[in-house]
Design a protein around this ligand. Structure first.
Ligand code: PLP
Length: 361
């Protein structure tokens, strides 16, 4: 049973549906198909092979992934993808890779890519403190690929439009995948660390167009070669069994709820409630430009920064968890992932109102 007095706004790992936690906990004790704990079973067992297949099917159905794309389960988090993408598609290509620099994680992706070849930064909002997504830029037709981050988890900005280009589009969707419908055919490769809307930490989801994977001509170490995962059904080595199992439960929950259309309406309503309060409350203001505001990670500050520690303490006393902004950014960040109830946002808004009444007469 969860502690109902806590409201978990953590940025990831983050809140998961209670039913998922209950079912995962039960499977840790006794996973019915086997009579063993899910932690004890062989990844080669028929029962677990079914789990991998079912998880893949859920990803395909929920996101309507076309048949010419493979769905892969890896490890190493989204951070390993920063390097793997470039090792596979930039290394030895004789081309530049084009990156959009719109936040902390995009920066990290650029840093890793530079180990493998030249990077051309199409546009950057760094000078503006990453408070918006750059819009004006061009992508040269002979680039190896274009890389972007759909949701900047730390800065609280989100991309709702993606460039149309002939070059492969690669997107880090770690923090907004499964939060809303998305047209997968706009992308050639998507990657996402699981620990937001996919499931617990430990698994990385990759959705890749087979043509892109097959275009790689240079040799790669097996564990860094996407085709090895594809050709071995994500079982070249021991996969993160429990993380995949819990992701399956979480995606089943999402499907039973009505899928991405339903959840995106709920997510919009939660974000609207909080942004409205941020805009109305005299003590607070939004950190990101309005038109790029993230629906998943709401960043905000106080006009008087000297009050931030006091408000944080007040909010924590009232059961709010994980609203402190990222260490390099400060202020506040409330993450509104799929499993966060509307009521939690209402409680946070209430805290902001009560605090303002107390201190701003
Ligand atoms: N990219 C984005 C957008 C993220 O939000 C995160 C983590 O929060 C990462 C990359 C890094 O992910 P990981 O910790 O799984 O390597």
């Amino acid at each position: 049973m969860k502690n109902l007095h806590k409201h978990n706004f953590g940025a990831g790992p983050c809140i998961l549906p209670e039913e998922v936690l209950d079912n995962a906990a039960e499977a840790v004790k006794n996973w019915r198909p086997t009579g063993l704990s899910i932690l004890e079973i062989s990844h080669r067992s028929a029962a677990f092979e079914e789990v991998v297949k079912e998880t893949e099917k859920l990803v395909r159905d929920l996101l309507q992934v076309p048949h010419n794309y493979s769905i892969l389960f890896l490890q190493g988090g989204a951070s390993l993808q920063f390097c793997m993408v470039a090792f596979n598609f930039l290394h030895n290509s004789g081309k530049d890779a084009v990156y959009l620099d719109a936040g902390y994680f995009g920066q990290k992706a650029i840093k890793e890519a530079l180990f493998f070849g030249p990077v051309n930064v199409a546009a950057s909002s760094r000078g503006a403190g990453y408070t918006h997504i750059p819009k004006e830029y061009s992508i040269s037709a002979d680039a190896a690929y274009f890389h972007c981050t759909s949701n900047n988890t730390i800065e609280g900005t989100e991309m709702f439009r993606f460039p149309e280009t002939e070059v492969p589009v690669i997107c880090d969707m770690s923090s907004d995948i499964f939060s809303r419908p998305i047209d997968i055919s706009q992308f050639d490769l998507i990657y996402a660390g699981a620990q937001k809307n996919t499931g617990p930490a430990g698994m990385t989801l990759v959705i890749a167009k087979n043509d892109l994977l097959d275009s790689v001509k240079h040799p790669l170490p097996s564990m860094l070669d996407y085709r090895v995962y594809r050709d071995n059904g994500s079982m070249y080595n021991t996969p993160p069994v429990f993380a995949i199992y819990a992701a399956m439960l979480n995606l089943q929950w999402l499907k039973n709820k009505g899928g991405l259309k339903t959840i995106s309406l709920e997510n919009r309503a939660k974000a609207q409630l909080l942004y409205d309060e941020i805009d109305l409350n005299p003590l607070f203001y939004g950190a990101a430009e309005r038109y790029d505001r993230s629906l998943m990670n709401v960043t905000f500050r106080m006009h008087d920064p000297g009050r931030e520690a006091d408000f944080l303490a007040f909010a924590e006393q009232n059961g709010m968890v994980g609203i402190k902004g990222y260490r390099t950014v400060g202020g506040f960040r409330a993450s509104l992932y799929n499993a966060l109830p509307y009521e939690s946002v209402r409680e946070l808004v209430n805290c902001m109102k009560v605090y303002a009444e107390k201190y701003h007469r």
